[in-house]
Design a protein around this ligand. Sequence first.
Ligand code: CP
Length: 296
Amino acid sequence: MKNLLGISFLNKKDIISILQTAKAYKEAFYKKTEFEKILQAKTIINLFFEASTRTRTSFEIAAKNLGGQVINIDMKMSSLKKGETIKDTVQNLEQMHPTAFIVRHPDSGFPLFLSKNTSIPIINAGDGAFEHPSQALLDFFTMWEKKKKMEGIKLSILGDILHSRVARSNIFLQKMFKNDVMVFGPQTMIPPQIEKLEVKVAKNLKEACADRDFIMLLRIQLERKSGKSIPSLSEYYKYFALKEVKDAYILHPGPVNKDVEIASSLLYCPRSLIPEQVENGIFIRMAIFHHLSNKV
Ligand code: CP
């Protein structure tokens, strides 16, 4: 595992190992045990070409917990503004001997492209509608914590499946463990032939929410394509949003559009795991560095 480009580049053994490492890091954190400084004297560079709060900050905290130093490149102040290409920027930064680049980009496949043009490990922090592997890993870690099992999980994902990198990474991961995945959303947001991935499509919200362990809501990406795939936000809320929950736990990668994909009253209800997902992001990202550091 030189790079982390997507869940589709990992196998089941990698995923179990990352989750077990994250569990050990979380236990050590709560026991106030000092973490082994596996990134001592190493520099991680955050290259975020798209906004982020959770992913960027938790990668930074994760690296610092392991003794690393983190550089956040301010894209607005970089030489990209003078016409330098991203490829040239990365090849220049490579000369400063970083240990890894954490890359978020609006274009699908951009981290993969960079990985072919640099010898420095690339960690995909979300690319277009392709993958968001660290998010799917932290989601799975949160489910594992609650259910104490990795198989036999019933998950529904609601929202814009077609344009969601979070949905793609989660589906790839869950199907590796043969888990029961159902999706629901407006027809314009469901990828054609999704059944080929052994994913069921619910007929209505009631079916999507019945007898599920977890219900994952996706953000309606108002700034991107999903905003154009629905007639109105109020109609989306009426037919597709989660407004009540019984036995299932609620997941959402964030940021949340309150009262669009989920009723705001559910955000911090007892069944919501949204705060745990954010916290677990740190331990999963420490585990990702741990796995990469064995190979760099
Ligand atoms: N879940 C997620 O990727 O959040 P950020 O955009 O805040 O990083």
